[in-house]
Design a protein around this ligand. Sequence first.
Ligand code: PLP
Length: 426
Amino acid sequence: MTLSERDGKVIWHPYTQMQTSGLPVAIVRGEGARLYDEDGNEYIDAIASWWVNTHGHAHPYIAEKVAAQLKKLEHVIFAGFTHEPAVELAERLLKILPANQSRIFYSDNGSTAVEVGLKMALQYWHNRGQKRQKLIVLSNSYHGDTFGAMSASVRDLFTEPFWDLLFDVVRVDAPVEGKEEEAIAQLAGAVGRDDAAAFIFEPLLQGAGGMIMYGADPLDKMIGICREKGIPTIADEVLTGFGRTGRFFASDYLSNKPDIICMSKGLTGGTMALGATSCTGEIFDGFLSDDKRKSFFHGHSYTGNPVACAAALASLDLFEKDETWKNILGIEVQHRHFLSRITAYPRVRNARQIGTIVAFDVVNEEETSYLNELRDWMNDYCVGRRIIIRPLGNVMYLIPPYCITNEELERVYSILCEMLDEISSH
Ligand SMILES: *Cc1c(COP(=O)(O)O)cnc(C)c1O
């Protein structure tokens, strides 16, 4: 039996209709931007394995650091105890995060990093004896799959079975081009509510909502309005962190810095599961008290896992190399050329880019939901040609590892162009 067939008997995969989906491709090895399946086929990973990988697969330097840490200390309880990788990682994150950030809280993934951020903001008010429990969120938001994160996300078909169980939030439009003033006005109204607790947003790029991009200026104004009213702001940088938008964090494009920042995906270079939530001294101080009830009673068994922290430290070492930033800039330039190439296609709309991410909509005459056939057709077209992509409905996008070569990227572009030729000819 092949690995795929064995999988088909025992595994339940994420985001997958197990009755109709075919067997998964079994990957046995990775190197750089390439992955190899059990039959020896070579794939280009054009979406960084669900947006996490930054320096390439099975990176030898990260592997070496992880192996060394494994032999020294694999894990220890993180309440009452600490260890070098966690402390050093917090020190180094605080050096690259916006200067107003002063503490790091660890968790396991993007959703938990968001849960931590939400709970910090909500309990911040509780500790001050104020009943403020309404979150302000953006339209089309995605913050993860746990209940708090689902509540803060758009109500779409993915969360429909749980709608009645999700807590109410106040939604304002994302400040996309042409809607900036409206979005800012809506935000100002929401912040004026006497139960407003916090404003959470994906800075500059709404990923799962459809790779929607918007400018730093309106977001800056929105954060400024929150600051005036003393409402904490939470930047979900789970996707945008670690170079994705061309700078370390999307918040680096802002002059008004968020109070809380959620990180995960690229944090370990895509090697291991780790989440981190940073906050300002003001948020942190809101939990200091002689009263134990004001403590932040949140934690996970693997909080601050030393091996995951070691992977993150190794990844940060690689970010200190000029080469990494040269690669990021190189991808930005190549993407820009690609954008001008594809705008000529009649079925392409809204070709857009931020940093290393390029996206465009493929117009479907019939309808444009995630469930549509065009999406599956495009996915199969590319994967069949050994390019790993994962369209969001009719939205095509690339999020390559930074180590992807010019040739690999050109190969991805040409497959996409061939695909668009084929679609246009129908
Ligand atoms: C992926 C993502 C999450 C959830 O992270 P997981 O590690 O998948 O739980 C949260 N927020 C944003 C913006 C994301 O892109």
